[in-house]
Ligand binder design. Structure first.
Ligand code: FAD
Length: 376
């Protein structure tokens, strides 16, 4: 291989968490890496999310193991790249006896290692500020980490450039990949291997492969609320999350909960709403979310949906929601058949798309797998 500035061992398309994870895994092997990103900085799902590395409740096949590995890498990277871990742990507040029964069953599985089921009085003692009415039980998991994605992702890119010599080409769109050549909006780049990590851009590169894999798009509504004046015990979820996360939802006990939620919170289920409340270092709360499945990105936030999310916040905290500071929409790629697509559209080219809305939790593990398969 020559040392021409246009020649690399690996080209990565996309500077979201999946692209940066591939870049890190390759850079750790001392490969020469270029990351090519259409925008001036990452502004896709990877900076619009909760920044939550979720382990407990993740679907066993394809997600849970990867989440455990990714959490380890986040810990290493956070320390080295100066990315604060802003809080840890997960607090699932169950307000229905069906949820408590489901959590009880979950606690008997190996995926609950390190988790505890708290009685309502133990939970109130631990966090008196959360005054959930009709609380049945709380699942406490110590495994989750949270970073502030909008700061963490740029820091990760800066650190890769500074400490590993990764080259970044910002504001550069890749129009075609014909390995070893990539055609970009700023000329050709050559690389021995290419990993395309386009997030939910399903039309620019290999659209036929993405369509054949059944990949579509999901749009989510998000809010940031002012500091409520108290500290959360960890990231907070409620009953609705138990029918969304595969590690819970696949248990036989989930059927009874699903039926009850459909009758009591049918509108929430129709909008794909479940509650996640994640606290930032300034005390503000990132709160969401909803899930609407449509190939077109939805530009307009629906106030009715935001109202439902805030009602669930009120039910779980027992407190009125603080003022809304920010609202935004996020989108990510989805497919019903798989958690992640790793495809080989050409020799030495991999197309990598997380299709289950858990890229912050699994990206580092996926990056290691892809790079080891390409370079071992
Ligand atoms: C609101 C919301 C909340 C979420 N919460 C969580 C969470 O708490 N925990 C969790 O694990 N996951 C969460 N997710 C999911 C997670 O954010 C995604 O799975 C992950 O960010 C996907 O990363 P990515 O790198 O594939 O995509 P992206 O972050 O979208 O990055 C893809 C990048 O590729 C670039 N690109 C695409 N095509 C080209 C091209 N041809 N040329 C140049 N550049 C190109 C794009 O500009 C983009 O920057 C959430 C997602 C959303 C939207």
């Amino acid at each position: 291989m020559t040392n021409s500035p246009r020649e690399f061992d690996l080209a990565v398309v996309g500077a979201g968490i999946v692209g940066l994870s591939c870049a890190l895994a390759a850079a750790r092997r001392h490969l020469r890496v270029v990351v090519i990103e259409r925008n001036a900085r990452a502004c896709g799902a990877s900076v619009r999310n909760f920044g939550l590395v979720t382990v407990t409740g993740q679907e066993r096949e394809g997600v849970w193991h990867r989440a455990r590995r990714s959490r380890q890498v986040w810990q290493e990277v956070a320390a080295q790249a100066g990315i604060p871990i802003v809080n840890q742990g997960l607090w699932v507040a169950a307000r229905r006896r069906e949820s408590a029964a489901l959590l009880e069953a979950f606690l008997h599985s190996d995926m609950a290692e390190g988790c505890r089921l708290l009685t309502p009085s133990a939970a109130r003692q631990q966090c008196p500020d959360l005054r959930t009415s009709g609380l049945e039980a709380v699942l406490w998991s110590p495994h989750e980490l949270r970073v502030e994605s909008r700061d963490a992702i740029p820091r990760l890119a800066e650190w890769l450039a500074r400490d590993y010599g990764v080259t970044f080409r910002w504001e550069t769109a890749v129009h075609a990949v014909d390995s070893p050549r990539l055609d970009t909006s700023r000329g050709a780049v050559s690389a021995a291997a290419t990993v395309v990590c386009p997030g939910d851009d399903l039309v620019t590169l290999f659209p036929g492969r993405l369509a054949a894999a059944g990949i579509g798009r999901c749009t989510l509504q998000m809010l940031r609320l002012e500091n409520p004046g108290f500290a959360l015990p960890g990231t907070v979820m409620s009953d609705l999350s138990l029918v969304r996360y595969g590690g819970f939802a696949s248990l036989p006990e989930a059927g009874a909960l699903r039926r009850r939620l459909e009758s009591e919170q049918g509108e929430y289920i129709r909008h794909g709403i479940h509650l996640i409340v994640a606290q930032a270092s300034d005390g503000s709360l990132v709160v969401g979310d909803s899930h609407h499945y449509d190939p077109a990105t939805a530009p307009f936030a629906d106030e009715r949906v935001a109202g439902l999310i805030l009602d669930e916040y009120r039910a779980v905290t027992g407190q009125p929601p603080p003022a809304v500071r920010e609202r935004w929409m996020g989108t990510y790629a989805v497919a019903s058949e798989r958690a992640v697509l790793v495809d080989a559209p050409l020799p030495r080219v991999r197309l990598v798309v997380v299709t289950s809305g858990v890229g912050a939790s699994t990206g580092f593990a996926i990056g290691e797998e892809v790079i080891s398969e390409l370079f071992d």
